[in-house]
Design a protein around this ligand. Structure first.
Ligand SMILES: C[S@@+](CC[C@H](N)C(=O)[O-])C[C@H]1O[C@@H](n2cnc3c(N)ncnc32)[C@H](O)[C@@H]1O
Length: 198
């Protein structure tokens, strides 16, 4: 069975195990390039990073004037994220049942794949975007990860009703990154940015 055919529960034990095995020293990876491309021209406000992992994207936003809440299901990875000084408010929460109780000017998620269907997760976090605010989804492109953890630009944008959302970006692209062990890894990504009407 290859990597793309394996099935996982993507529940909390899975993610705690994942992060225990992925221990590393230092601040973790740099923020992904889509964050810079998609949010660089936005006026800073409040932001939620859903499934923040080691927090590279959340810290980058905070350094650029945003008031950032970053949530993850894994206590292990949040402990690691919190060791790097920043103004980010780290929250340990299962985003399939926790709700923030408020809305944000920007809600973003980068490669988070929880135990519920991927598109249902995106529907859920989209509700937390304030009128006039932005939803940024960066995910694994269908065909390049376990199927249940993937999406396409078309099936994400199909869920964003035109009466409520303006689609700004709907992209599928590949890039190469260097893994912690020095290997080159190809990533196939889907990037969707949408603005919620006032
Ligand atoms: C592949 S990692 C990506 C981390 C980071 N956003 C990045 O781009 O490097 C997916 C993250 O989603 C988190 N996650 C998965 N299910 C979650 C859930 N139900 N609630 C909150 N976080 C979750 C995992 O713990 C993990 O940190």
């Amino acid at each position: 069975m290859n990597e793309h055919q394996e099935t996982h529960d993507f529940d909390r034990p899975y993610w705690e195990r994942h992060w225990q095995q992925a221990r590393r020293n230092g601040p973790g990876p740099a923020p992904n390039p889509y964050l810079l491309r998609e949010t660089g021209a936005l006026k800073p406000g409040t932001a939620l990073d859903a499934g923040c992992g080691e927090g590279g994207e959340a810290r980058w936003l905070a350094e650029h004037g945003w008031d950032v809440t970053a949530a993850d299901i894994s206590a292990e990875v949040l402990a690691r994220a919190g060791r790097v000084p920043s103004s980010v408010d780290w929250v340990q929460a299962d985003l399939t049942d926790w709700t923030p109780g408020r809305q944000f000017d920007l809600v973003m998620t980068h490669y988070a794949h929880p135990s519920i269907p991927q598109l249902a997760f995106y529907d859920r976090i989209a509700e937390w975007v304030a009128p006039g605010g932005t939803l940024l989804i960066v995910g694994h492109l269908h065909g390049h990860h376990p199927a249940e953890a993937t999406a396409t630009a078309a099936n994400i944008t199909a869920r964003l009703a035109v009466a409520k959302w303006a689609i700004v970006t709907a992209d599928e692209q590949a890039r190469t990154v260097t893994a912690p062990d020095g290997r080159s890894v190809s990533l196939h990504d889907v990037v969707v940015r949408a603005t919620r009407h006032q």
